[in-house]
Design a protein around this ligand. Structure first.
Ligand code: NAP
Length: 251
């Protein structure tokens, strides 16, 4: 058993499913107490239960990350119970439903930026003062290969994920004086529910085999192991980096 995060408090957003759930489970397995955020209460409770069942410590934190007052209050309430957050994983996200540029209306653009950009911003603002006081912290943002390389019919998602790359680099420079490291993971294709039925189609399978040298999608745990490393003391000299586990799709 790896106990590298013993005594640390981690907050993972969107941890009721997919990569976020895997992040929460791996961080807990390494000793962190995990605050499990999701806006779906049942999903958050299920992740908490999985952690507790395997001997870990976790509590739910149900809130929409894009609603500043709500998410800040929920984080403060959780921190009052278990302690201030040492590790923040900004993971909550919504799918990149493929839409032509001219079809993306203002509401869809606002939601894409609200969840990914503003949500990560609000959560980071909520936990940074405590990290500054303790002169220690890790912020891990979840970008995407689409933020690195773009993709047709996904410009709203690519723009939000590229914004996270800029935020990661700027925050890394700004927060370094408090010994807070900020990095981003930019996953390629990961086997989670986010794509719905699309991932089962023959067209998706053909595209996957053509585009991904590894010839498969990642399992969520393969992203979570990287997140756990970036959350640990072993990565203290790594900051402002965008690391892309993608099976060779974007190099
Ligand atoms: P997922 O299985 O759909 O999990 C995302 C979770 O975030 C869901 O539980 C979702 O709830 C929750 N969520 C969405 N909006 C939220 C909000 N405003 N506040 C709180 N929770 C919210 O997706 P995933 O594939 O694990 O994706 C996790 C992150 O990785 C996302 O940022 C995504 O963009 C990124 N990513 C994924 C892939 C991939 O191939 N899977 C690749 C690159 C990057 P609901 O289910 O109720 O919406």
């Amino acid at each position: 058993m790896n106990h590298s995060l013993q005594g640390r408090i981690a907050l993972v957003t969107g941890a009721g499913s997919g990569i976020g759930r895997a992040d929460a489970l791996v961080l807990a397995a390494r000793g962190a107490t995990v605050i499990v955020n999701d806006f779906d209460a049942d999903a958050a409770a299920a992740t908490v239960q999985q952690i507790v069942d395997t001997g870990g410590r976790a509590l739910p934190c149900v809130a929409d990350v894009s609603q500043r007052a709500t998410i800040c209050a929920a984080i403060a309430e959780a921190a009052a119970q278990v302690g201030e957050v040492d590790i923040l994983v900004n993971n909550a996200g919504i799918a990149s439903r493929q839409e032509a540029f001219l079809d993306v209306d203002e509401a869809r653009l606002d939601r894409m930026f609200g969840v990914h950009v503003k949500g990560s911003w609000f959560c980071t603002q909520a936990v940074l003062p405590g990290m500054q006081r303790r002169r220690r912290g890790k912020v891990i943002n979840t970008s995407s290969i689409l933020g690195l390389s773009g993709r047709r019919r996904s410009s709203h998602y690519a723009a939000a994920k590229a914004a996270l790359i800029g935020m990661t680099k700027a925050w890394a420079k700004e927060f370094a004086e408090w010994n807070v490291q900020v990095n981003a993971v930019a996953p390629g294709r990961v086997r989670t529910p986010i794509l719905g039925d699309v991932a089962d189609s023959e067209a998706y399978r053909k595209d996957l085999l053509a585009q991904v040298p590894a010839g498969r999608r990642a399992e969520p745990e393969e992203i979570a192991y990287l997140v756990a490393f970036l959350a640990s003391d072993e990565s203290d000299f790594i900051t402002g980096q965008i690391i892309s586990p993608n099976g060779g799709e974007v190099i």
